[in-house]
Design a protein. Structure first.
Length: 281
């Protein structure tokens, strides 16, 4: 069984896991060394300034990269807009994403020093790394060289992104389809150590788990009481910390919470339902 600390610091595999789904592009560390040598310090400076003022932007920016990669590979298609509201950005799972203006700001800064060189997809990958570091998470080398996609389809995001109520079978199949391992599934779930959720994403676990006005038995009873204090029976909009007490710090406490049956989403609790995923907790 892997220790929580060992697993946590393997979150650097986030970079390499996402490289697997980068549409077969040839990526490498230092891709812009000759064409845009100041790119990474430039992006980091912007991110550090933003997070110092608005640390709550770190989770949605990290999540934005994940949502981008999970649909068409890491091609920046989540950034594209459609006048008819039919792009990935318009799909229900992406409506809660925030921080698009930060990506725009970093891209604009890159265009000033290296016009026409850096892809939005690479900006998104660098920002995901830098916001993680900014909230005390691990550093990893980002392989760059992604090309921006030209297609962004709402229905693809709707059907390919895994819902917070997914069971372990759905999660494992979804990751496998994208060339990601069971270990990647557990490790990447650790991103829930930062951020918040609306009651609507887990409300049914508290009040109507099987359609009989019951509570999800896999939830720790003391945790249920705390959640019910924050999310009343008809409350879908209140906000709850995904990692209570340290939701603005990228640490390893998420894994401890899941092991104690205090994972906020069904997809978190599902990690205990499988011998392979449970072995990492």
């Amino acid at each position: 069984m892997a220790s929580i600390s060992t697993l946590f610091f393997q979150l650097i595999t986030l970079a390499f896991a996402f490289n697997i789904v980068a549409n077969g592009q040839s990526l490498k560390v230092g891709y812009y060394q000759e064409t845009c040598p100041d790119l990474e310090p430039l992006v980091k400076e912007i991110v550090d300034q933003v997070i110092s003022i608005s640390p709550t932007l770190a989770p949605p920016l990290l999540r934005m990269h994940f949502h981008d990669c999970f649909v068409r590979g890491c091609d920046g298609s989540v950034l594209l807009e459609s006048p008819a509201k039919k792009s990935e950005k318009d799909a229900d799972p992406n409506l809660s994403l925030r921080g698009f203006e930060i990506i725009d700001q970093a891209k604009a800064a890159a265009e000033k020093v290296c016009p026409g060189v850096v892809s939005c997809a690479d900006i998104l990958a660098l920002v995901a790394r830098d916001v993680t570091v900014a909230v005390k998470g691990p550093f990893w080398e980002v392989e760059t060289g992604r090309r921006d996609g030209r297609a962004s389809i709402k229905s693809e995001a709707l059907h390919k992104l895994l819902a917070p109520f997914s069971n372990i079978s759905t999660l494992k199949k979804g990751f496998k389809k994208r060339g990601l391992s069971v270990k990647d599934l557990v490790v990447l779930s650790g991103g829930h150590t930062i951020g918040i959720s609306h009651c609507s994403s887990f409300h049914y676990r508290l009040y109507n788990f099987t359609g009989r006005l019951d509570t999800d038995p896999s939830l720790d009873s003391k945790y249920v009481k705390k959640l019910k204090m924050k999310c009343k029976p008809r409350d879908q909009n209140s906000i709850v910390e995904m990692d209570p007490g340290s939701f603005e710090t990228f640490d390893e406490s998420y894994f401890r919470l899941v092991a104690k049956r205090r994972g906020l989403f069904k997809s978190d609790a599902a990690l205990l339902d499988d011998i392979e995923t449970k072995a990492y907790l």
